[in-house]
Design a binder for this molecule. Structure first.
Ligand code: SAM
Length: 172
């Protein structure tokens, strides 16, 4: 009897461990902080003629520099989502007029977004595309730095290359 209880407890504990590890991996998604060259991003925004007053979301906002550019130079309302608490502290300290949320980008509220910027990974951008489709979001421009969304070839509006960096722009 004791042996059975121990076996069941071990099975449950292993299940919880596996679930925790997978959840953590998918939450953090192993995307490190690599800051964008802001001059390059600025040139991209100029080419795209981003509209003042629109809602701009940076998924994985790092130290906040892209959200800052979108607000202070292009006059949009920016929201940055960042999982790393130190980067959130730094962003809030540097850019007091911008909203930074310390939460996973997978839980971001994208309903009000007009523009989404991301500099993440091939897997992450595919997952974002699936979320956008599932939520049936419309009138949205997605700017993916470095990573093409392969499943969205038909939605690609522009590919911009600036100083060896590619920006893939999608319109839905
Ligand atoms: C390559 S950096 C880009 C930073 C910024 N967007 C830029 O272009 O300068 C990616 C950022 O995404 C953040 N990140 C990774 N996974 C995340 C997640 N699940 N939720 C929120 N942020 C995440 C990382 O901490 C990192 O700061």
């Amino acid at each position: 009897m004791e042996y059975l209880a121990l076996t069941i407890a071990l099975i449950i504990a292993s299940g919880v461990m596996v679930w925790t590890v997978f959840t953590l991996i998918s939450e953090i998604s192993a995307v490190a902080f690599v800051p964008s060259d802001i001059k390059g991003v600025e040139k991209v925004f100029e080419q795209l003629n981003l509209k003042p007053g629109k809602v701009f979301v940076d998924l994985g906002s790092g130290d906040g520099r892209v959200a800052e550019l979108a607000t202070n130079k292009f006059h949009m309302k920016s929201v940055g989502y960042e999982i790393n608490p130190w980067l959130i502290l730094l962003s809030r300290w540097k850019y007091k007029n911008i909203e930074f949320k310390q939460q996973s980008l997978w839980k971001a509220d994208l309903k009000a977004a007009d523009y989404i910027f991301c500099y993440l990974s091939p897997r992450a951008v595919e997952k974002i595309a699936r979320i956008i489709e599932k939520e049936k979001l419309k009138n949205l421009t997605i700017i993916s730095k470095a990573f093409e969304i392969k499943s969205w070839k038909n939605k690609l509006k522009k590919k911009i290359e600036i100083t060896n960096n590619n920006f893939f722009v999608y319109q839905i």
